[in-house]
Design a protein around this ligand. Structure first.
Ligand SMILES: *Cc1c(COP(=O)(O)O)cnc(C)c1O
Ligand SMILES: [Zn+2]
Length: 405
C-alpha cells in the first residue's frame, strides 16, 4: 500500500500526508490491506476490511457504518411523467451519525490512529464534523471541529453533544478549511476534513459502488446521481465501479446558489474556479472551493470521464424533492440529501435519461439534521383543545384526511 499523486505519479509511504511533496497534487491510496475482517465489529463496511487501508485491526473505530439499504422508489417514478425505468434510493441517512460521511470518517480516523495520531481536526459544513465528533468520542480522543457560523442548529447540536471542541467561524466554509489545516499542524492532530485532503478518508468511500451492485443483483446502474460539494463521494462511486464493463454515468448535483463544478461543466472549462458566497438551503453542499479549486477540477474530470453531467437545482426544487421523498417514499432527508430527486426532472427534460434506465440516487443526509424547510411546508397539524370530545376529533380527522394535498 502506498500514496500516489494524481498529477505527477510520485509515490509516498502510507503516512498521514495531505498533498504531494513534489507538486502539491492530490494523493490517492493505492493498494488494499488484505486484512481479515476482525471479529466483534458491528455489521457494516468493515466486512470488507481487506479492501480498505487499515492494517492493524485494533485501530479500527466503527459504529456500524455502510451497508445501507437500497430502496426502489415507485412513487417518485410515477411522479415523473416521462420516466420509464427504475429509480433506486441509496439511503445513506441510515449511517450512524446520519450521513454518508461516516464511511470516510471511520476509514480516516482508524488509519490516523494506526499512524499514531493523538487527536483529530475537521473543517465541516456540519455533517463531517458531526461524524468526526461521534467517532472521536468512540475512540476516546480529542476533536476540534470548525464550522461556518450559519451551520444548521441540528448539526451544531450534534457536534457539541459528542463533546468536541466546536469553533464557529464567520463566512463561508473555505475559511474553516484553512483554519483546520493550520490547527492540525499546530496540535499534531490528523486532519479529517472531507475534501480530497485526507486520502485515507476518501478511500473509505469506494465501497458504495460494490454495495449498490450487489443490491441490484449484480447489475451496474446506468446513472448515479450524487450531491456534490468538492466531490470525494463522486470519486468514491467512480472507484467503486472501476472495472465494470459499462460503468455508470455520474451526475454531480449542486445547488444553484453554490455550483462551481456545474458552472465549469456548462462552460466546457478545463478547471473549476471558486464560487463567491453560497446562498442555498443545501448546507451539505455549500462549498465554494476557495483555495482548493483543484478538488473541484478533479471531480469535474471524473464526471466527464464517466460520460455524465453536472446539474444545479433551485431551493424550490429541493423543497419539492424533500416533500416527495418524505410523503411518497417515507424517507426524511435534509435539503442536500434530496438534491438528486430535485435533479431528475431537469435530466429528463434534457433527454439525458435513456428509456429503461436504472438510476440510483444517493440520499446523503438525514432530515433530523436540518428540518427547517419541512417546518415551513403546509402540514396537517391541528390543535385539539378538547380531546375528550371524540366525535368532534373524529370529524376533524375525517376532514383532514379528505383534504387534497
Ligand atoms: C458532504 C456532503 C455532501 C457532499 O460530499 P462531497 O464528497 O464533499 O462532495 C453531500 N451530501 C451531504 C449530506 C453531505 O454532508
Ligand atoms: Zn505530485
Amino acid at each position: 500500500m502506498k500514496l500516489r499523486c494524481l498529477d505527477c505519479a510520485h509515490t509516498f509511504p502510507p503516512t498521514l500526508r495531505y498533498a504531494c511533496a513534489a507538486c502539491g497534487g492530490i494523493l490517492e491510496v493505492v493498494g488494499e490491506s488484505g486484512l481479515e475482517p476482525p471479529p466483534g465489529l458491528p455489521a457494516g463496511m468493515w466486512r470488507h476490511a481487506a479492501r480498505l487501508g487499515v492494517t492493524d485491526p485494533a485501530a479500527i473505530v466503527s459504529l456500524g457504518e455502510g451497508e445501507t439499504p437500497l430502496l426502489r422508489a415507485p412513487r417518485i417514478e410515477r411522479a415523473l411523467p416521462d420516466f420509464e425505468g427504475e429509480i433506486w434510493l441509496k439511503d445513506e441517512t441510515r449511517n450512524p451519525s446520519g450521513s454518508f460521511k461516516d464511511r470516510a470518517i471511520s476509514a480516516g480516523i482508524s488509519k490516523a490512529i494506526e499512524l499514531g495520531a493523538r487527536g483529530v481536526v475537521c473543517a465541516s459544513s456540519g455533517n463531517a464534523g458531526a461524524s468526526v465528533a461521534a467517532y472521536a468520542a468512540r475512540a476516546g480522543m480529542g476533536a476540534i471541529i470548525i464550522v461556518p457560523a450559519h451551520t444548521p442548529d441540528g448539526k451544531v447540536t450534534q457536534i457539541a453533544a459528542h463533546g468536541a471542541v466546536l469553533l464557529k467561524v464567520p463566512g463561508h466554509y473555505s475559511r474553516s478549511y484553512d483554519l483546520a489545516a493550520a490547527l492540525a499542524e499546530r496540535h499534531g492532530y490528523a486532519n479529517l476534513t472531507t475534501t480530497f485532503i485526507n486520502p485515507w478518508a476518501v478511500d473509505g468511500l469506494k465501497l458504495v459502488g460494490p454495495e449498490i451492485r450487489a443490491q441490484l443483483g449484480g447489475r451496474v446502474p446506468d446513472m448515479v446521481l450524487i450531491p456534490t460539494g468538492s466531490g470525494p463521494l463522486v470519486e468514491g462511486v467512480a472507484r467503486g465501479f472501476a472495472g465494470a464493463a459499462r460503468p455508470p454515468r455520474l451526475v454531480a448535483v449542486q445547488a444553484e446558489g453554490c455550483a462551481p463544478i456545474v458552472r465549469a461543466f456548462e462552460e466546457g472549462a478545463e478547471a473549476v474556479t471558486a464560487w463567491g458566497m453560497p446562498d442555498t438551503i443545501a448546507s451539505g453542499i455549500s462549498d465554494p472551493l476557495i483555495g482548493y479549486e483543484r478538488d473541484g477540477t478533479r471531480t469535474l474530470r471524473l464526471v466527464r470521464r464517466s460520460g455524465g453531467t453536472a446539474v444545479a437545482v433551485s431551493d424550490d426544487a429541493l423543497r419539492a424533492a424533500m416533500r416527495l421523498l418524505a410523503r411518497g417514499e417515507g424517507l426524511y432527508a435534509e435539503p442536500t440529501g434530496a438534491s438528486p430527486i430535485a435533479a431528475l426532472p431537469r435530466l429528463l427534460a434534457e433527454g439525458l435519461v435513456p428509456r429503461g434506465a436504472v438510476v440510483v440516487c444517493l440520499i446523503t443526509g438525514h432530515g433530523f439534521k436540518d428540518g427547517r424547510a419541512y417546518q415551513e411546508m403546509p402540514a396537517r397539524i391541528h390543535a385539539v383543545p378538547a380531546p375528550d370530545d371524540l366525535a368532534a376529533v373524529a370529524r376533524l380527522c375525517d376532514a383532514a384526511l379528505a383534504e387534497k394535498e
